[in-house]
Design a protein around this ligand. Structure first.
Ligand code: M6R
Length: 364
């Protein structure tokens, strides 16, 4: 059941500290703060390229993983949505592997992409929440997210547990390739271990985020901006908002604003800026100032340092705890989920079963 929640979606958002803890426990030795993966069908040290394929929110988890694997593990990663990948006749590197990501393990396009890669001799690693699924059976190894059953059509805890698992995977690849030392591995692992507590802190901002969502719910169009690993979180925020509240929303790489979308900015368009204090903060911040100079109403998601720099110029700000930038995309997912949820409730939509959508897309 929904416990004391009105919707499965809110119950599943609230479960994230627990299920992230469960997923971490499966992939990390807490005492040694060392990542441990099951035996894999590929040699991580010799891997030339990883191709990540998925649909929807799962593909956005892959998008974050691409940034992690490239920067932390120095592994070349290609990423595509399955509906494109399955037909584009991509050549595949003989020393490469395919990774598919899926909550249900039944998504038709993702399965077709898997079969295509297998026909070219690729080994397949599957990040799945339902291992006893068609994709699970056809993969060479299953990496199991322990989100538990997800009922709401909007993916929430499945996404953040995918991210946690993929973060562990990136660290393991980095170690296998000899590009991370034990001290940095312990640092990143600690940042992951702290996440359940940090997420619980963000969940405590629910009432404040709801107030902001009530303003966002009045808009016809909403933009989400971010750079680096915050860019896929901006995309996820926009996807979540449109799928459950039916408000038109777009996510953009913050640096793309001046290449077109800034033309949309006026006082009717809320702009949600995902901006943890990281090495790209100043770049995002100057994009934000360009938006404000054109009358844009900014909702600023940042930490105390970032909010201090902004000094009260935004329509609203949500202060998140300061974390290692490596785990920031996981933490910053929580406020965009809550914004979408409360905007949808304010609009009176069917939050758990939005119109035209199915929980698992088993036909093309
Ligand atoms: O079961 P899957 O993870 O393969 O599903 C992929 C997408 O259909 C799914 O993430 C979809 O985008 C969600 N409704 C987003 O909230």
């Amino acid at each position: 059941g929904k416990g004391n929640h009105r919707h499965f979606m809110m119950k599943e958002i609230a479960e994230q500290p627990t299920v992230i803890g469960d997923t971490l426990q499966a992939f990390m030795n807490p005492l040694e703060r060392r990542i441990q993966l099951p035996d894999l069908p590929v040699d991580l040290a010799g891997l030339s390229r990883l191709t990540i394929v998925a649909c929807g929110t799962a593909s956005l988890a892959g998008h974050v993983a691409k940034y992690w694997l490239e920067s932390v593990a120095r592994l070349p990663v290609e990423l595509d949505v399955a509906s494109e990948f399955r037909y584009r006749q991509a050549p595949m590197d003989p020393d490469g592997a395919l990774m598919v990501i899926s909550q249900s393990g039944e998504t038709a396009d993702t399965l077709a992409a898997l079969r295509y890669a297998k026909s070219l001799g690729q080994k397949v690693l599957a990040v799945l929440n339902v291992p006893e699924s068609t994709i699970g059976r056809e993969s060479d190894v299953v990496l199991h997210t322990l989100a538990g059953p997800e009922i709401g059509v909007a993916s929430t805890k499945a996404f953040t547990t995918q991210l946690v698992l993929l973060a562990c995977f990136a660290i393991a690849v980095a170690r296998a390739r000899g590009v991370i030392d034990a001290a940095r591995e312990a640092e990143l692992s600690s940042a992951l271990t702290e996440l359940p507590a940090r997420i619980a802190e963000v969940l405590n901002h629910d009432v404040h985020i709801r107030e902001i969502a009530l303003k966002v719910a009045e808009a016809r169009d909403v933009l989400f901006l971010g750079r680096g690993t915050s860019y896929p979180i901006a995309l996820e925020g926009a996807l979540k908002l449109k799928e459950i509240s039916y408000i038109h929303a777009e996510g953009y790489a913050a640096g793309e604003m001046k290449h077109g979308p800034i033309a949309l900015i006026d006082e009717n368009v809320p702009v949600i800026v995902v901006a943890p204090s990281d090495e790209l903060f100043d770049k995002t911040f100057s994009n934000l100032q360009e938006v404000m100079a054109r009358g844009g109403r900014v909702v600023f998601l940042s930490d105390a340092d970032g909010i201090r720099k902004l000094g009260g110029q935004a329509m609203a700000a949500v202060e998140l705890p300061r974390v290692d930038p490596f785990v920031a995309p996981i933490l910053y997912t929580i406020p965009v989920q809550l914004l979408a949820y409360h905007a949808a409730v304010a609009k009176g939509t069917d939050v758990d079963q939005p119109r035209n959508l199915a929980k698992s897309v088993t036909v093309e």
